[in-house]
Design a protein around this ligand. Structure first.
Ligand SMILES: Nc1ncnc2c1ncn2[C@@H]1O[C@H](COP(=O)(O)OP(=O)(O)OP(=O)(O)O)[C@@H](O)[C@H]1O
Ligand SMILES: [Mg+2]
Length: 263
């Protein structure tokens, strides 16, 4: 094996939906063990970037490598990726229990025609314990708060015991205390050797935890260490709006003044 290869690598990647080019000429590398935040305004192409890395969207040009392979050729390595999609509408009347949702994360390991065994049930319990929801394993998903539900989806991604964890805005609709503890948890995962990529809108907060920031707005504007990347000018370029940091307390707090009315 060669020296440490990046766990994710994109070279001159362009992605379009029909006539609409969403990502243009993106090149980036994520080293193994990194904790990277992907930031950018709504519609910037963050989810598209994640879906491209996962092989769910095929670029019109350029090269994507995950674990050194094209996403379509990952085979069994696919199980090494945990994915928490952007909050999807879950039909909360559907009587699914927390433990069942997390077990879905094991299907990649299980294959289609095997019943979950003891190891699978234990992995589910471990994943729920990791996110602090061990007690809720038998509860209907619909009874949980939004923040707890997000943690269930994180546990589902952890159930596969991934080397690479990708989360698309896991803190949307979650209060700041819960977001903070989620970021702390992700930092623990990183310290245990996992590579973590998180799409986030909490630019100021997430920057305290990650060791890299990629700013996406059709192009990859900057990719680097948070303290270097998160300058006002850069944010203006990425967000197309005025942004600034206020330092009060120990945490830099970012205020973004939108040009258009906030939704
Ligand atoms: N399946 C699709 N078909 C056509 N256009 C799409 C599709 N998915 C996304 N788009 C368009 O591509 C652009 C980028 O979308 P994407 O979801 O990647 O943005 P995002 O940065 O994740 O935004 P948000 O912050 O709102 O989640 C948007 O203009 C969106 O409307
Ligand atoms: Mg998105």
């Amino acid at each position: 094996m060669s020296e440490k290869q990046p766990i994710i690598s994109l070279k001159n990647v362009t992605v379009s939906y029909g006539a609409l080019t969403v990502l243009e000429d993106i090149s980036m590398e994520v080293p193994e063990g990194a904790f990277l935040a992907v930031i950018g305004p709504n519609g910037a192409g963050k989810t598209t970037l994640v879906r491209t890395i996962l092989g769910l969207v095929k670029p019109v040009s350029g090269e994507v490598r995950v674990f050194g392979r094209p996403p379509a050729a990952l085979g069994a390595l696919r199980r090494e990726i945990g994915y928490v999609p952007q909050m999807h509408a879950v039909d909360l009347r559907f009587p699914v229990r927390v433990g069942d949702v997390v077990m879905m994360g094991r299907y990649a390991r299980l294959g289609l025609f095997r019943w979950p065994g003891k190891a699978d049930h234990e992995a589910v319990k471990r994943a729920l314990a990791r996110v602090g929801l061990a007690d809720l394993i038998h509860r209907p998903l619909g009874d949980l708060s939004g923040g707890q539900r997000q943690r269930v989806f994180l546990a589902r991604a952890l159930a596969t015991e991934p080397r690479l964890l990708i989360l698309d805005e896991p803190t949307a609709g979650v209060d700041s205390r819960a977001s903070k503890s989620l970021y702390e948890l992700l930092r623990d995962f990183q310290q245990e050797g996992m590579t973590v990529v998180i799409v986030s809108h909490d630019v100021g907060v997430v920057s305290q935890y990650v060791d890299g920031v990629a700013c996406v707005n059709r192009h990859l504007v900057v990719h680097g260490r948070p303290e270097v990347v998160l300058t006002s000018d850069m944010l203006t370029e990425v967000y197309g709006c005025q942004a600034m940091f206020f330092h009060h307390g120990h945490a830099p707090h970012m205020v973004v003044r939108m040009n258009e009315e906030e939704s």
